[in-house]
Ligand binder design. Structure first.
Ligand code: RB5
Length: 149
């Protein structure tokens, strides 16, 4: 799969460990930045990455900041993106099976590298269950596409 990835400074170190790991799993990874540990603003990286996923240029996206919360808030404001903030493997698996999440958010200051890798592997390797969950996803899409008043 083509996987987009981004971070701010708080997620930079975990992101840099995830990139070769995800490539070893057989995926192609494009890094939307940031490119170092100097302080930056996570929306500057999360929005462009999430928009590229929403446009279909990447099948999935991974966003990392200190807690994972800032990037997940940004990503979930982009129409067509369903971003799941995960700190454990079971949530990563279930959000793929139930929510068909297309962006994974993680907190580089919250979880360790090995946990981050395990979460990423589970999330990238799990398919959407479909079935009863399809109507729920359709309701999210319907809400996103409603006329804003
Ligand atoms: C940056 O200090 C930090 O606020 C950011 O990485 C993230 O945790 C925000 O949600």
């Amino acid at each position: 799969m083509k996987v987009a990835i981004c971070s701010d400074h708080g997620g930079y170190e975990l992101k840099m460990r995830l990139i070769p790991f995800i490539e070893e799993l057989g995926h192609t990874v494009f890094d939307f930045g940031c490119y170092g540990t100097a302080s930056v603003d996570y929306p500057d990286y999360a929005f462009p990455m999430a928009e590229a996923v929403a446009r279909g240029e990447f099948e999935r996206g991974v966003a990392v900041c200190g807690t994972g919360i800032g990037v997940s808030i940004c990503c979930n404001k982009v129409r067509g993106v369903r971003c799941a903030l995960c700190g454990d493997v079971l949530s990563a698996e279930l959000t793929r099976r139930h929510n068909d999440s297309n962006v994974l958010a993680m907190g580089g200051r919250i979880i360790g590298v090995e946990t981050g890798k395990a979460i990423a592997a589970a999330w990238l390797g799990t398919e959407f269950d479909g079935g009863r969950h399809e109507g729920r996803i359709a309701k999210i899409t319907e809400y996103e596409n409603r006329d804003n008043e």
